[in-house]
Design a binder for this molecule. Structure first.
Ligand code: FLV
Ligand code: FLV
Length: 405
């Protein structure tokens, strides 16, 4: 495998024709690659050229934590990818390598510790209670996307960031266009620019009048010389968009999984103490996204599972396939609340490990406990085939989640 010819023969470039999947169906291409060709070469619908695709648990951990695979090297390159555009601004933490990555992340890390987040719990619970009061008042059937999964994560991150209620519907619109492959490159980049403009203004307002929120912390970091304004804006944008969007979809997928696995839901009702463990298993099981997100580029020749990846080559890896690796998880395609050992990679691995993992868990806990406590007979209000799933999504989730009780 040292010559170009042998690489081409041994690793033909597979076109990954990412289609819309239904429900929580696992992408058949990902399943096949994990089982039959754990390191392969792929071409995605957008960008140029091809990339390596790494699927197994240990190999994914290696690629996402070894400093010879760089995110910074991706910036400005037309890498093969799912979306027509790049989601983060060039200065974002998602594109940074240590040590700059460490500096960028430090400016917001304090707000996302378990201890800081516990202070948000009472307010988040009150917001969930108020939303469910409205849903009950309106009566069944009701769309949980509209009543709960949409507004709650948006409210929680907006409160933390300091985005006032009047601006939240606009945030949701921009985020939907930014975090999707269904719009044109131009439309998505316009949404990103508009959002960047919004956060530039918000941070400037905090410099005039300091406030105790994430926008205030980021503004303060620019005056201390810890961050440039562009870096602070890029961090704010990534947190606001990703938090609201990821939790909206992932928490809806959790509820969908429970409503379509009534035995599991009944068990959670009977054993509420099981909830944290059940959430970890749902996080492992739910295929959070379509295809793959931001790639890395090898800065030196590196072997991955015996395959030589050359300096300059592009590497995609999948946390979804890692979560289904039978070497780590028995019966990986089954939801099993009794898994004793569940080291899933749903929040990523290495330096880019999700900043918001504890916030996402907190919100999912509030959503599931509230629904279980208030609606003993909660069930889908329409046949499962009639639920609409987002098209051209990066992060997968239902468009509507009609329930009755
Ligand atoms: O923030 C990112 C992200 C969030 C997410 O919920 C799913 C993802 O696949 C990603 C991602 O690929 C890159 C991110 O920066
Ligand atoms: O899904 C993606 C994504 C999600 C996100 O919340 C933040 C991101 O930076 C990304 C991304 O860069 C690529 C994705 O496919």
């Amino acid at each position: 495998m040292t010559t170009t010819e042998s690489v081409s023969e041994e690793f033909p470039v597979r076109f990954w024709d990412v289609g819309d999947l239904r429900g929580l169906d696992f992408d058949p291409f990902m399943d096949r690659q994990l089982r039959e060709e754990p390191v392969s070469r792929v071409k995605l619908p957008n960008g140029e050229g091809h990339a390596w695709f790494v699927t197994r648990y240990e190999d994914v951990k290696f690629v996402t934590s070894d400093p010879r695979f760089s995110r910074q090297a991706v910036v400005g390159r037309p890498i093969t990818r799912l979306a027509p555009h790049f989601i983060p601004l060039d200065e974002a933490v998602g594109f940074a390598d240590p040590p700059e990555h460490t500096r960028l992340r430090k400016s917001v890390a304090r707000s996302f510790t378990t201890r800081s987040l516990e202070r948000l719990r009472p307010g988040a619970q009150r917001a969930a209670d108020a939303l469910l009061d409205q849903m009950e008042e309106q009566g069944p059937p009701a769309d949980l996307m509209k009543h709960l999964h949409g507004p709650l994560p948006l409210a929680v991150i907006s409160d933390l960031m300091g985005v006032p209620p009047v601006d939240r519907p606009q945030m949701a619109k921009w985020t939907n266009v930014l975090l999707s492959a269904a719009f044109t490159r131009q439309a998505s980049e316009e949404a990103k620019e508009a959002m960047a403009g919004y956060f530039t203004d918000l941070l400037a307002a905090r410099l005039d009048k300091p406030q105790d929120d994430l926008a205030g912390d980021l503004a303060e970091a620019t005056t201390q010389g810890d961050l440039s304004t562009e870096e602070a804006v890029a961090i704010a944008l990534l947190i606001q968009a990703s938090a609201a969007h990821a939790v909206r979809n992932n928490s809806a997928n959790m509820v969908y999984a429970l409503l379509t696995h009534p035995g599991h839901l009944a068990r959670l009702r009977a054993e509420p103490a099981l909830l944290p463990q059940a959430i970890e298993e749902l996080l492992r099981y739910i295929p959070h996204r379509n295809a793959v997100g931001i790639a890395r580029i090898a800065t030196e020749d590196v072997e991955v599972a015996g395959v030589l990846i050359r300096a300059g080559e592009v590497v995609h890896s999948s946390y979804l396939t890692a979560n289904r690796d039978p070497a780590v998880f028995d019966n990986p395609h089954e939801i099993d609340f009794d898994r004793a050992h569940n080291p899933h990679l749903s929040f990523g691995h290495g330096p880019h490990f999700c900043l918001g993992s504890m916030l996402a868990r907190l919100e999912s806990e509030i959503i599931l406990t509230s629904l279980i406590a208030r609606f003993p007979k909660l069930r889908l209000a329409e046949p499962v085939e009639d639920i609409r799933w987002q098209r051209g999504a990066l992060i997968r989730g239902p468009e509507n989640l009609p329930v009755t009780w």
